[in-house]
Design a protein around this ligand. Structure first.
Ligand code: FAD
Length: 280
C-alpha cells in the first residue's frame, strides 16, 4: 500500500523561516507538498518560546493551502498563563491540532517553568480545552538522549499518551526494526494510538551527522561510511539518500506503519522523490 493510499496518510513538517526569502520559498514548498494531499502540515516551535510569533505566522500562511496545520508547542521554561493565552489564541484562529512537547531549554535561559514534561503539558491542554485539539506527542524508538533507560523512556512515553494524546510522531531513525520494536513494546504497555514514523530525507551528510548526534538518532555505520565516501559529491549523496529512505519507507509501510511524517527542512524535492518512488 502506498503512503498516499493509507488511511492516516502522509504529513510534512516545516520550521518558521526567519527571512523574507525563506518565507517566499516556503510558499512554493507548501504548494508542491499540498498537491500530494497530506493529512496535515506541522510547524516547529523554538525552544523556550523563542519562535512563538514566527510559528503562529507560519501556521497562518501554511494553512492558506487549505491543509490542516498543527503548530508545535513546547512547555519548558514557560508558565501556565502563557500556555493558556497561546491555546486561547489558537482556538480563536480555529486551529484544532497541536504537537505537544517538553522542548529543550536553551543554555543560559531561566528556570524549567511550571510544566516540566510533555505529559504535564498534554494534561494541561486537556484540562483547559477539553477535546478541542487533536494532540500529537513525540516518540523515540532509539530512546530520548536524556532517558536513564529504554524502559523508563517507554513508560514516560506511555504516560504521555495516556494523558490524552491522539497520536505520536517519532524522532527520525534509519533502522526500521527500532521502530517496530518500540511500537510493539508501547502496545504492550497499553498504547493504542497510532505511532507515525518520522522520516528524515538524506540530502547533506554534515548537517545530518550534526543533527543526529544532538538528538540521539543512530546513523548506521554502512550509511555513514557510504556518505563519507561521497565527500562533496552532493548528487551521489542525494541519489543514495533517496534509495535508502525509499527502502526504509517501504519496509515501514509493509510492516504496518500508520503513515509517514516527513521532516522536510523546508525543502520539497527529497520528500517528493521518495513519495514518487513509493508510488512506482
Ligand atoms: P518528554 O516526553 O517530556 O520527555 C523528555 C525526557 O524526560 C525523556 O528522557 C523522558 O523519558 C523524560 N520524562 C518524560 N516524562 C517524564 C516524567 N513525568 N518524569 C520523569 N521523566 C520524564 N523541539 C523543539 O524545540 N521544537 C519543536 O517544534 C520540536 N518538535 C519535535 C517534533 C517531534 C516529532 C519530535 C520527535 C521532537 C521534536 N522536538 C522539538 C524535540 C523535543 O523538544 C526534544 O526531543 C525534547 O528534548 C523532548 O521533548 P518531549 O516532548 O519528547 O519530552
Amino acid at each position: 500500500m502506498s503512503a498516499q493510499e493509507h488511511p492516516l496518510g502522509i504529513s510534512f513538517e516545516f520550521f518558521p523561516p526567519n527571512t523574507e526569502a525563506g518565507k517566499e520559498k516556503l510558499l512554493g514548498v507548501r504548494d508542491a507538498l499540498a498537491a500530494r494531499n497530506p493529512r496535515f502540515f506541522s510547524v516547529t516551535y523554538g525552544a523556550g518560546g523563542s519562535t512563538q510569533a514566527r510559528t503562529t505566522q507560519t501556521v497562518k500562511s501554511v494553512r492558506e493551502s487549505g491543509i490542516n496545520t498543527a503548530p508545535h508547542l513546547s512547555c519548558i521554561g514557560s508558565d501556565k498563563g502563557a500556555m493558556r493565552e497561546l491555546l486561547a489564541q489558537y482556538r480563536e484562529d480555529d486551529i484544532n491540532s497541536l504537537v505537544a512537547l517538553r522542548g529543550d531549554l536553551p543554555s543560559g535561559m531561566g528556570g524549567i517553568g511550571e510544566l516540566r514534561y510533555a505529559n504535564e503539558l498534554v494534561e494541561f491542554i486537556r484540562e483547559e480545552t477539553g477535546n478541542h485539539f487533536e494532540i500529537a506527542v513525540a516518540a523515540y524508538p532509539e530512546s530520548h538522549p536524556q532517558a536513564p533507560s529504554f524502559e523508563r523512556d517507554l513508560e514516560n512515553f506511555a504516560r504521555k499518551v495516556k494523558a490524552g494524546a491522539n497520536l505520536a510522531i517519532t524522532q527520525y531513525f534509519f533502522n526500521p526494526d527500532a521502530y517496530f520494536h518500540f511500537v510493539e513494546r508501547a502496545q504492550k504497555l497499553g498504547v493504542e494510538t497510532p505511532i507515525i514514523p518520522g522520516i528524515m530525507p538524506i540530502t547533506n551528510y554534515t548537517k545530518l551527522a550534526r543533527f543526529s548526534d544532538a538528538c540521539g538518532a543512530d546513523i548506521p555505520r554502512w550509511i555513514r561510511k557510504q556518505l563519507e565516501a561521497y565527500g562533496d559529491d552532493s548528487e551521489s549523496i542525494q541519489a543514495f539518500g533517496e534509495e535508502v529512505i525509499t527502502r526504509l519507507c517501504e519496509r515501514l509501510l509493509d510492516g504496518g506503519a500508520p503513515g509517514l511524517h516527513f521532516y522536510t527542512l523546508n525543502q520539497a524535492k527529497a520528500s517528493l522523490k521518495v513519495l514518487d518512488n513509493l508510488r512506482a
